[in-house]
Design a protein around this ligand. Structure first.
Ligand code: SAH
Length: 271
């Protein structure tokens, strides 16, 4: 038997029907950081964002998630949202008029300009999402994410609304929902009060331009492997030095691009 998911306090949905449902919309939320997600699969949300620290923060309304179901904006008896590509070819494309109406509904509810509230289409053609993107979004008041499906969305929508395209990486997903959750997870954990221990976001990978040092915990001996003795030495300066050495070695070996940027930032010539 499946159980209906518990509805978190921060979780809302917008539908196209202007029914009394709208009465249970919260008052315009000026203060809480909000993600709006335009998707054909609102049931995919909050997904993993409903778990652990992001889920707890959602339940406590430290951030808000509003999914906007694309289906009710569809046309005709069957609420069609897609059609065949102009010029021919495989697959289907999300219709401009349908998506446009959903975007209008989202923007009408977004209480900030684009600088503080980016309008983003998740797309493999987009600028790669990075920690810097997460930081920028977390500093704003919210974000509207458009999840594509099939072959993607009508280009006129991207042009008309000057939508930013952002990619999760150089691979093709079936839809934007997983990308949206990944990007929101990275963003929401940077909001004040979402992670218990704020210091952990300052020291981790990418925060200082380096990959993170290895981590260890109990037991001190496991399968014949010991924790590096310096970590148990109580020598804080020694531990810091060891961690920085490890972070540098890892970054140099695995990510020459990050290593070169980090060295340039330190004013050191590349070696
Ligand atoms: N035909 C498109 C791919 C469509 S995949 C192309 O070749 O560019 C279907 C949807 O999945 C896209 O509209 C997009 O919203 C989402 N998607 C796929 N890969 C993605 C990625 N790497 N990053 C973000 N979104 C992605």
């Amino acid at each position: 038997m499946t159980q209906a998911p518990r509805k978190a306090a921060g979780l809302r949905s917008i539908t196209a029907s202007l029914t009394p449902r709208d009465l249970d919309r919260p008052a315009p939320l000026a203060k809480v950081w909000q993600a709006q997600i335009i998707t054909l699969f609102p049931q995919a949300f909050p997904g993993v964002l409903g778990l652990s620290l992001t889920g707890k923060a959602l339940a406590e309304r430290r951030w808000e998630l509003r999914s906007i179901d694309l289906r009710p904006f569809g046309v005709g008896k069957h609420r069609n949202v897609d059609d065949t590509p102009a010029g021919g070819g495989a697959g289907m494309v999300l219709r401009a008029d349908v998506l446009g109406a959903a975007i209008d509904a989202a923007l009408a509810d977004a209480p900030a300009g684009r600088a503080d509230w980016p309008l983003v289409y998740l797309s493999p053609r987009g600028r790669p999402f990075t920690q810097a993107t997460a930081r920028k979004w977390a500093q704003g008041r919210g974000v509207t994410l458009i999840c594509g499906r099939f072959e993607g969305i009508d280009q006129r929508v991207i042009d008309h609304y000057a939508i930013e395209e952002v990619s999760l990486g150089d691979f093709v997903l079936t839809g934007g929902e997983i990308a949206a959750q990944a990007m929101l997870d990275a963003t929401v954990r940077l909001l004040p009060d979402v992670l218990g221990n704020a210091a952990s976001t300052e020291e981790e990978s990418f925060a200082a331009g380096l990959l993170e040092h290895p981590q260890y915990t109990r037991p001190a001996q496991w399968q014949g492997h010991a924790i590096p003795p310096v970590l148990l030495s109580g020598n804080h300066a020694g531990i810091e030095r060891w961690r920085l050495d490890q972070a540098q070695a890892l970054t140099k070996a695995r990510r020459p691009d990050l290593w070169a940027a980090w060295q340039a930032g330190q004013g050191k010539p590349e070696d």
